[in-house]
Design a protein around this ligand. Structure first.
Ligand code: HEM
Length: 166
C-alpha cells in the first residue's frame, strides 16, 4: 500500500468525513492546538534560555527543568492529540504540503535532540549545575530554540498553498 493510498483510505473513513463536515471541529481543534503549543513550546524555550545562559541564571538548571517538565508534558499531549486529529480530518489536504512534512520531520529532530541531551549531557548535571551548563548543553539549547521556531513557522505556512504538490 502506497502512502497516497493510505491517506486516501483515511480520507474516506466515515469519522474523518464527519469531522471534515462539522462546522466546529476544525476551529475548536485548531484553537486547542494553538493554546497548547504555546504552552508547550513556550516552556521548552524558557528551559532552553537557561541552558544557553540567557535567562534565569541565578536558578540551577536542574531546578528549572524539574519545575517545567510536567507542564511541558501537559502541553505536548494536547498539542499532539489535536495535531493528529487535525491531520486525520483532512489527510489529503496535507499529503502534498512540503511545509507540513518539514514540520513533522523537525518535530522528530527536536525530540531526538531532547532525548540525546537527557541521555548524555544531563546525566552529569550534578557536576555543572552550580557552575553553569557546558558548551554541548548550550549547543543543544540553541538547536532546540531554532527548531521550535521553525516548527511554529512551518505549522503556520502549512495553512497556505505554498510549496504544495498534487
Ligand atoms: C504530532 C504532532 C503534530 C501534528 C500531527 C500537527 C498537525 C497540524 C495540523 C494538521 C495543523 C493545521 C494546519 C492548517 O491550518 O491547515 C497544524 C497547525 C499548526 N501547528 Fe501543528 N501539529 C503537531 C504538533 C505541533 C507542534 C509541536 C507545534 C509547535 C510547537 C505545532 C505548531 C502548529 C502551528 C503554529 C499551526 C498553525 C496554527 C494556525 O494556523 O493558526 N504543531 N498542526
Amino acid at each position: 500500500m502506497s502512502l497516497r493510498s493510505l491517506f486516501e483510505w483515511m480520507d474516506a473513513l466515515p469519522s474523518s468525513i464527519a469531522l471534515r463536515e462539522s462546522l466546529y471541529a476544525f476551529p475548536v481543534l485548531l484553537t486547542i492546538h494553538v493554546v497548547s503549543l504555546v504552552m508547550f513550546a513556550g516552556l521548552v524555550v524558557m528551559m532552553d534560555l537557561r541552558l544557553v545562559g540567557l535567562a534565569y541564571r541565578s536558578t540551577r538548571f536542574s531546578q528549572i527543568q524539574a519545575r517545567l517538565f510536567p507542564w511541558q508534558m501537559v502541553g505536548m499531549v494536547f498539542t499532539t492529540l489535536t495535531g493528529l486529529l487535525l491531520f486525520y480530518m483532512q489527510p489529503m489536504r496535507y499529503f502534498g504540503k512540503v511545509y507540513y512534512w518539514l514540520k513533522l520531520a523537525l518535530i522528530m529532530l527536536a525530540g531526538l535532540n531532547a532525548i540525546v541531551f537527557h541521555l548524555t549531557t544531563y546525566r552529569s548535571v550534578d557536576q555543572w549545575d552550580t557552575t553553569g551548563p557546558p558548551f554541548k548543553a548550550k549547543v543543544a539549547g540553541v538547536l532546540s530554540i531554532a527548531m521550535w521556531a521553525c516548527i511554529v513557522a512551518f505549522g503556520r505556512f502549512a495553512a497556505y498553498d505554498w510549496l504544495t504538490f498534487e
